[in-house]
Write a new protein. Structure first.
Lengths: 508, 600
């Protein structure tokens, strides 16, 4: 029985939260939403862990699952490889930890009457993110992208009890997010027109003769494929919040409920980055995207600008949540820069930073959530002198901040190490310099907050206590993990290198 | 197994952690025990030649490597930590004391670093420790000085980190077997390598080290930050940061000629500013720059004798500078005053402090029978020796002759500003009316102990020479150090320096001033540049941006679709029109690139 279930893992991982989400939403106001969500995310986490083991132990390092046993390319295939399995693991792990944290935080920020919708949408969002990662079908990816996006828009809007601006940012996000998804869909349609297939490996295969025909007298579908890829690239850049298409992100992160900010920051953009890597390396192929079209140059320009502009904007913020949001834009720049380099160290940096940044930024958003829970605000003035009142929370925040700078012995250092190695290996000295400048700017914005936390004076003697342990433990767990992976990087480096090798192998 | 692998730095750092928790007598045990155990562990590692490896990103790290100069630096760092702790333990300043141990531990870690990652890690830990020591100083400007200190060292740390990453990456791509190893950069000793992609990593490493050593234009941080520690904190601060950097330069850049010029500049700079200064501890801080200048010259010359001289001088310097700082610290603790103009006539009631201060002053002026005489002169003599060799070989040696003259002059200058000026203005001069007593027993013991080391090393230099990197050369040198000619030269120099001081005394009496320095760059010039050049530029750019945005289509969406109060306040960050326009533009750009570029 268990063995049988094990073969169904790829489907179960996606279907479980989907079903449970429906159940939570339908059961109504019985206050058990959180318990179901917690059980589901914990179960999904266990399943993704098992799946990653299976994939790494599998001879070809990839597993394919056919939905309803329909053969490719007629049915939908789910494909688990080292990259998708590790991204799923990180999504599921973050989801479980943040769900554990979220019970009190959400209860204090979302009206009781809407809690069951919240937890239902929460599970849908996780469904979408996991599905995007595992699916091997370009159109199915669009569907799951919309599942996660639509639920995210609503989750962001639920922050309106705290601040009405959540509504404006949600509608803003909805408009832009929908445009991004549409662009992606149009791109898929163009490729479908050219190849007649929706299955990713199948499209990749059918594209080969098309590429081969270019440069001859009768080029097949040249304009269609190029325009299709351009559409997909723009759509995914928007989902990934890659500069200059980051406009939706700061406000959405700032005004969403704390737990939602943490979930989005640590998983949503990461999955976007993953989908982009997928499209470049396994769908259209790196030879086409980088070799022929020089998308790598455009990506590097965008990510370099993201690093500088994002960090610069972060320096200027007075709301710490927004500061972290802008810092996320910069960090996305690092991830995009890594895969734009398309060499082994760069790819490793990209994947490893995906993991490290999810842990670090997730932990920092959780720490801010506790400040929100106790003080009702996350402006810089709220954090003044909080180092004495909430020592553990603030220590976690500070440790996370050191990770953003990339101080040795934090996971950020490992990411930057690989990234700079990748830049130098690719002869991109100017990008190495950009990474350096980004670190310096990060030093400034982290320092501003840390200085306020430890040296600011609190005017009023309001009684502020340390946050409850149910919130503290997940936060410390994430920050602790990010520190651990900074000191002992062998696990993350192994996974990331396996993923990098897989993608680069697929590219050749 | 456990003992073999234990880096001595961790002993001090563990002590620092324990120090935060314990109270009462246990503080004495931890504060004095940690440096002693660390010293024992140092010599265990040095004599047993233990090597231990950790693995990081697939490369071996070695935190217990013994470089030729390690024994002398490790010993003196442990002694300095011991003296510094003894000096401060009667007061309950747990933050400062544990930070001091941490700072010393970082320095000790650098000295035993066999690879560049370990070096970097301990380097940064050391900076953190010193930052806390400065902040817990409780002086008027401690906080700001700490921030400036941290900014400066963060910059240096980032330069060092980038340099190391670049060097290591280049070594990996060259197929080096041990890419992380921390060792001499031979390509820099051969001459002046240009700034190219092959050497940029090494240059960055050099810059990182030069920041810590206080080379121009980074020198002012020393006199800015150190006097803002507490009376006991500054004693600890004066020992480690610059000397750790001297150690790393000694390992990595021995024989790099540029260091001679930087060192000469520092030697002269320190004297000029120390003579102009009024604050007694800033005088001593400037004289650190001056003394480190001697060491830099020694590193730049790069012969065996000069390297031995540098290491020996670092050892002696830490002792007598610590002694002088203790003496000044005792005065500060007893009177609460820092300025020479407010002090004077203290010899009546603080005889022990006075005598210890005088011994330190004589040692720093390299008076015969003190440690300064037996160590600093090695550097000066190594220059003479090297220039003779160059002359025999027919190579130009003018720069060495100039260096020799400047250093001899600087020796007299040291006597002027630190040897006479400090004790004269603090203990003698006019009577300030202050009648403070000598400090508590532990501070007296620490001072007397350090004074004893100064004199013992002056009379029996062989003890120190035995642990130097090149023992043989030093052994040869010990035969000539007390030759008639040598002693007479030094005495003549010093006596004329002393004469100059008393002749110039009316001019040297300080008024309360602030001396302008390189720090004008970041205190005045850069802020003014920002205010008067950059801000107008940015304002112009803003105008241009506004004009462009206002002529864009869809502008009206911005205001009309939002609730009225939001629309007024938030402006363009909330408008959907601009991001949408950007999306379309991006698509356009991609399409243009894709369709135009491949066809070119």
């Amino acid at each position: 029985m268990l063995e049988h279930l094990r073969t169904q893992l790829p489907a179960l991982i996606v279907v479980t939260p989907l079903t449970m989400g429906l159940i939570v939403a339908l059961i109504g106001r019985r206050q058990i939403g959180w318990y179901i969500a917690m059980a589901t995310t914990a179960g999904v986490f266990a399943m993704t862990l098992q799946l990653l083991m299976d994939v790494l132990n599998h001879g070809e390092r990839s597993l394919t699952y056919l939905m309803g046993n329909w053969p490719v390319p007629y049915g939908i295939a789910y494909k688990a490889d080292p990259l998708s399995a590790s991204v799923m693991l990180i999504v599921a792990a973050m989801a479980a930890v943040i769900t554990f944290y979220a019970r009190r935080s959400v209860a204090s920020e979302v009206p009781v009457g809407k809690l069951h919708y919240f937890w239902g949408l929460w599970l849908f969002c996780i469904t979408g993110l996991l599905g995007i990662t595992i699916t091997g079908d370009a159109f199915n990816l669009y569907v799951l992208l919309e599942i996660s996006s639509l639920s995210t828009y609503t989750l962001v809007a639920l922050g309106k009890e705290r601040n009405r601006r959540a509504l404006t940012s949600a509608i803003n996000y909805l408009l832009l997010g929908t445009m991004g998804a549409c662009f992606y869909l149009v791109g898929v349609a163009y490729l479908y027109m050219a190849t007649g297939s929706l299955n990713i490996p199948d499209i990749a295969e059918r594209l080969q003769p098309i590429y081969a025909s270019w440069g001859t007298d009768a080029p097949l579908y040249q304009k269609t494929v190029i325009a299709g890829f351009a559409m997909m690239a723009v759509g995914l850049s928007l989902k990934l919040a890659l500069f200059p298409l980051h406009g939706w992100l700061p406000n959405a992160y700032t005004y969403a409920p704390s737990a939602v900010s943490a979930l989005l920051a640590s998983t949503a953009t990461k999955v976007g980055a993953y989908a982009f890597m997928r499209v470049i390396f396994t769908l259209v192929g790196v030879g086409f995207a980088f070799g022929r079209l020089h998308t790598d140059i455009a990506l590097m320009a965008c990510s370099g600008a993201a690093i500088i502009v994002g960090s610069w904007m972060a320096i200027r913020q007075v709301n710490v949540k927004k500061l972290l949001a802008y810092s996320s834009i910069a960090q996305i720049g690092y991830i995009a820069l890594g895969f734009a380099l398309a060499n082994r160290d760069g790819m490793t940096a990209s994947v490893i930073h995906l993991i490290n940044h999810a842990l670090t930024k997730g932990g920092m958003f959780l720490a801010l959530g506790m400040v929100m829970y106790r003080l009702g605000g996350t402006r810089l003035s709220d954090l003044r002198g909080l180092g004495r009142k909430m020592p553990l929370t603030m220590a976690a925040f500070t440790a996370g901040g050191l990770g953003l700078i990339g101080v040795p012995l934090t996971s950020g250092f490992v990411s930057k190490w690989y990234l700079v190695s990748g830049c130098l290996e690719g002869g991109r000295y100017e990008m190495a310099a950009v990474v350096l400048v980004g670190s310096l700017l990060a030093l400034i914005y982290v320092w501003r907050v840390v200085e306020t936390i430890y040296f600011g004076k609190r005017d009023e003697e309001v009684q502020v206590r340390e946050a409850p342990w149910t919130m503290l433990v997940p936060t410390l767990l994430l920050i602790g993990a990010s520190l651990y992976f900074g000191i002992n990087a062998s696990h993350t480096a192994y996974i990331a290198q396996a993923a990098a090798d897989y993608l680069l192998g697929a590219a050749r | 197994m456990a003992m073999i692998d234990l880096p001595p730095a961790l002993v001090l750092m563990a002590g620092a952690v324990v120090m935060t928790a314990v109270r009462g007598r246990a503080r004495w045990v931890v504060g004095l025990g940690a440096p002693l155990i660390a010293l024992a562990d140092c010599w265990y590692v040095i004599t047993e030649g233990a090597e231990s490896y950790l693995y990081f990103l697939g490369h071996a790290l070695n935190p217990v490597h013994v470089h030729p100069a390690t024994p002398v630096f490790a010993t003196i760092f442990c002694i300095a930590a011991l003296g510094g702790m003894l000096f401060s333990l009667h007061q309950d300043r747990r933050v400062e004391q544990s930070a001091s141990l941490w700072h010393a531990g970082g320095a000790l870690g650098v000295v035993f670093a066999g690879d560049m990652v370990t070096l970097l890690v301990f380097w940064e830990l050391m900076t953190l420790g010193s930052l806390v020591v400065i902040w817990s100083g409780g002086q008027k400007h401690s906080y700001g000085a700490g921030l400036r200190y941290f900014g400066m060292h963060a910059l240096g740390g980032v330069a060092l980190m980038m340099g190391i990453i670049i060097v290591v990456t280049q070594r990996i791509s060259d197929g080096s077997a041990d890419p992380l190893v921390f060792t001499h950069f031979a390509e820099f000793a051969a001459g002046w390598p240009g700034l190219s992609w092959d050497t940029v990593g090494i240059w960055l490493v050099l810059v990182g080290m030069l920041v810590n050593v206080g080379a121009p234009p980074f020198s002012p941080w020393i006199a800015d930050a150190y006097p803002e520690g507490s009376f006991s904190g500054t004693v600890v601060l004066s020992a480690f940061t610059t000397k750790t950097a001297v150690f790393t330069l000694l390992v990595a850049f021995a024989g790099f000629e540029a260091l001679i010029y930087l060192g000469l500049w520092m030697a002269c700079y320190g004297i000029v500013y120390a003579i102009l200064e009024n604050d007694m501890r800033r005088i001593l801080a400037y004289s650190i720059v001056n003394q480190v200048g001697f060491m830099m010259v020694g590193i730049g010359v790069g012969t065996k004798l000069s390297i031995d001289g540098t290491a020996a001088h670092a050892f002696a310097h830490i002792v007598y500078k610590g002694l002088l700082m203790m003496s000044a610290g005792s005065v500060l603790a007893a009177t609460g005053k820092r300025k020479c103009t407010e002090l004077g006539g203290l010899y009546r009631t603080m005889p022990i402090t006075m005598w210890c201060g005088i011994i330190g002053a004589l040692a720093i002026s390299s008076f015969p029978l003190t440690s300064g005489f037996t160590t600093k002169s090695m550097i000066v003599d190594s220059i003479g020796e090297q220039s003779e060799l160059l002359a025999q070989a027919g190579v130009s040696h003018t720069h060495l002759i100039v260096a020799w003259f400047l250093l001899e002059a600087a020796t007299a200058g040291v006597f002027l500003h630190a040897g006479i000026k400090f004790p004269w203005f603090v203990f003698f001069q006019k009577d300030s009316g202050l009648r403070p007593p000598d400090p508590p027993w532990n501070m007296r013991t620490a001072m007397i102990g350090f004074a004893a080391i100064c004199i013992v090393l002056g009379i029996f230099p062989g003890i120190l020479y035995d642990i130097l990197p090149y023992k043989l050369e030093a052994g040869e040198y010990s035969k000539v150090v007390y030759s008639f000619e040598h002693v007479m030269t030094m005495l003549a120099l010093l006596l004329f320096g002393g004469l100059a001081f008393f002749v110039l005394l009316p001019i040297l009496k300080r008024k309360e001033t602030i001396t302008l320095d390189w720090d004008w760059l970041w205190r005045a010039f850069i802020p003014r540049l920002y205010r008067e050049v950059l801000t107008p530029l940015l304002e112009m750019a803003q105008k241009a941006q506004k004009t462009v945005l206002e002529t864009l289509p869809g502008k009206s969406m911005e205001d009309s679709r939002l609730p009225a109060p939001l629309a007024r306040k938030l402006g363009s960050a909330w408008a959907v029109s601009v991001p949408v326009l950007l999306i379309v533009l991006m698509l356009l750009v991609y399409l243009v690139i894709y369709f135009v570029v491949p066809s070119i």
